[in-house]
Design a binder for this molecule. Structure first.
Ligand code: MD3
Ligand code: FE
Length: 201
């Protein structure tokens, strides 16, 4: 475990190849029931380059009217699939927090997808950490301080890495600058999947 900043912990290759494949099998099951959707930005309606789905009691969605957590898939109208034990275990083993996550956002990146710098502030409380799991292609991940344009650093995230953002790191700006296409053979065709486990309520 590496502490990158106060509250920001990196567990390099927390999942070995077999664990990554087992988690991926669970995700394929989830995505059959809750297909990836393409969120759009509030107000502008401009599409995200990242496609998304969720599992757990609550899922994060974005549409023309805003960002929010909701209990159902925006297109099928069905409840999100439950969080599998494989995901709950990652939280228990790394989050250092009493209480289970109630939302797991699944972000799917093709070679050209990115996520601009932002803060995660749609959760009711900031006392719980956010845990992120990377699968598939590596990316250049940017994280910084309290402002969008303030000083920032980049690290490469590889398949199987886990990041935990708690305490003073919970409100930091962060984003995905670039996918490094073809750096992993886990997914075919090559892509990156990121899971973020949260307590939304
Ligand atoms: C730092 N996802 O879904 S994960 C997101 O790789 C998001 O898909 C990126 O940012 C991705 O909101 C980055 C790392 C991450 C997630 C949540 C955070 C970093 C964070 C919350 C607070 C601070
Ligand atoms: Fe985020």
């Amino acid at each position: 475990m590496l502490t990158l900043k106060p509250g920001l912990r990196l567990y390099k290759t927390a999942l070995d190849r077999a664990a990554q494949q087992a988690l991926l099998a669970d995700l394929r099951d989830i995505l059959r029931q809750a297909p990836l959707f393409q969120p759009v930005m509030p107000h502008s309606g401009k599409a995200f380059s990242v496609r998304m789905s969720n599992c757990g009691p609550l899922g994060w969605v974005s549409d023309i009217s805003g960002y929010r957590y909701q209990e159902t898939h925006p297109e099928t109208g069905r409840a999100w699939p439950p969080m599998p034990e494989s995901i709950l275990r990652l939280w228990r083993d790394h989050a250092d927090y009493d209480g289970a996550p109630d939302a797991c956002l699944i972000n799917f990146y093709d070679a050209l997808a990115r996520m601009g710098p932002h803060q995660d502030r749609d959760e009711i409380s900031f006392d719980a950490p956010i845990l992120s799991v990377s699968l598939g292609d590596s990316c250049r991940f940017r994280y910084g301080g309290e402002t969008r344009s303030g000083p920032s650093e980049t690290i490469r995230l590889d398949s199987g890495d886990i990041l935990v953002f708690g305490g003073p790191a919970r409100k930091m700006f962060h984003g995905v600058d670039k996918i490094l296409p073809g750096t992993s053979t886990l997914l075919s065709p090559p892509a990156r999947i990121n899971l973020t486990l949260r307590r939304a309520r």
